[in-house]
Ligand binder design. Structure first.
Ligand code: PRP
Length: 206
């Protein structure tokens, strides 16, 4: 598995805003989407383009176009919705697949309650969205269900990731690439990322 830490001054600055305990719901929503745009920029860096000739103001001009690559973005409910608008700003034509999973706060095991995947998912690059990769249970389960549906090209976009979650995905799904704004220190005994963001779902939805 490849872990890509999107290390950029804008990302570091914005992540600092998200980490503040006094961040308002409005600011958290805005800034999470701003970071999501920057993660999308990195996670789509290797998309292939093809050249074509179009009519420009001064005559024919060669331009590039993304080569028929189909994408689906996969926000994990709830908190993944907090990144969706930012990602769609960058890739507006994509299909959205929705996966509903919450983590049982006692066992930390993922509980799936909703799945609606885009058509022809086996032809698509899937970009999973979730602000947090903690134990990795939620992500591993989501990747399992995407693979069961025939998806072979899967990437995950996160605001923060814990080393424990990265290790879990490395073991379960070594073919999946992770894009994160930061790798934090550890999980606490309750399974929260330290220093992390707190409960991103609560910060987005109130
Ligand atoms: C959080 C987060 C991830 C999951 C990460 O969701 O958004 O989906 O926990 O934990 P894991 O890596 O240990 O599985 P939560 O269960 O709080 O649900 P919510 O988004 O509905 O608030």
């Amino acid at each position: 598995m490849m872990v890509h830490v999107v290390d950029h001054p804008l990302v570091r600055h914005k992540l600092g805003l998200l980490r503040r305990d006094d961040v308002s719901t409005k600011n958290f929503r805005e800034v999470a989407n701003e970071v999501a745009r920057l993660l999308t920029y990195e996670a789509t860096k290797d998309l292939e383009t093809e050249t074509m000739t179009v009519q420009g103001w001064a005559g024919p001009v060669e331009v590039e176009e993304i080569k028929g690559k189909k994408i689906t973005v996969v926000p994990i409910l709830r908190a993944g919705l907090g990144m969706l608008d930012g990602v769609l700003d960058m890739v507006p034509g994509v299909k959205v697949s929705v996966v509903g999973i919450f983590r049982n706060e006692e066992t930390l095991e993922p509980v799936r309650y909703y799945v609606k995947l885009a058509g022809n998912i086996e032809e698509r690059l899937a970009l999973i969205l979730d602000p947090m990769l903690a134990t990795g249970g939620t992500l591993s389960h989501t990747i399992d269900l995407l693979k069961e549906a025939g998806c072979t090209n899967i990437r995950g976009l996160f605001l923060v990731a814990a080393p424990e979650g990265i290790a879990r995905i490395e073991k379960d799904h070594p073919d999946v690439h992770i894009y994160t704004a930061a790798i934090d220190e550890k999980l606490n005994e309750a399974g929260y990322i330290i220093p992390g963001l707190g409960d991103a779902g609560d910060k987005i939805f109130g």
